[in-house]
Each structure stands twice: as structure tokens, then as C-alpha cells.
Ligand binder design. Sequence first.
Ligand code: 5GP
Ligand code: ZN
Length: 134
Amino acid sequence: MSRRRAFPYAPLVADRDPSYEPGCLFCRIAADELPSDRVYENEAVIVFRDINPRAPTHLLAIPRRHLASVDDLTDADPDRDTLAALFAALRSVAADAGVRGYRIVTNVGPDAGQSVFHIHFHLLAGRTMLWPPG
Ligand code: 5GP
Ligand code: ZN
């Protein structure tokens, strides 16, 4: 299901989740205010290609809701629903990509390599994966 605006002259704000943070890159991508190469979207989640791919398939799955990282998740139902929706989307795009195996990564905090502070799950595939990650 697409949430794209039915009418091009409708205000952009119609696509913003109530949690929208104006300074957040991925909130702006989710709101369609910045372009992205989307491969999947529904009412809760979008998946798009990473701008700097580190593997032949490198996708980013994000919720439309703004949460900074896994550290912001709670046991409350909205967060459980968000996580379930993210992993359903990841399974779906992996199946569509036809990859045999894939890696899901989420960096939590700058020390772990997080550079965009809107929770996201990397899906990497299409090459041999090293273990442990660097
Ligand atoms: P992190 O470092 O936070 O785990 O991952 C952020 C990811 O977002 C990086 O892999 C980076 O390449 C990607 N990224 C940063 N800016 C953009 C952008 O404007 N568009 C897209 N598609 N990906 C981005
Ligand atoms: Zn955000």
C-alpha cells in the first residue's frame, strides 16, 4: 500500500508521522521530503537502498515513527508492533531480492558506528560475510 500523496498540491505535512523530527534525515526520507530508492513501503515501515552500499544488496529498513535507536525501544505495544513490522519488511525484501542468506545489522550509538539517529536495520547480502564484523 502506498502512502504517496494522491494530489501533488496537497501539503507535504500530510505525509509526516506525528513523531516527525525536522532535523532527522530518515524522518524526511519517510515523509518523502527527500528522495530515496524505495523497494518496499507500508503504513508503518519503508525500506530503501543505502546511498553508500557495502554489499551488492544493501537496504535500510526504518519505521515511519521516529525512534533514535534500539535504546529507545520499550516493551509497550507500539514498539513491539514497530519491530514486528520492521522484521516482516526485512523478510519480504530479502525474499524479493532472491538472496540465499543475509545479514541484519543495527548500530546503537556513535561508538558502535551509528551515524543516523533514526532507528534502522541494515540488510546486507550478495557477498561472503565476515565474522565477527569489524
Ligand atoms: P549507520 O551508520 O547509522 O548505522 O547507518 C546509516 C546509513 O545510512 C549508512 O550506511 C549511510 O550510507 C546511509 N545513508 C546516509 N545518508 C543517506 C541518504 O541520504 N540516503 C540513503 N539512502 N542512505 C543514507
Ligand atoms: Zn527520524
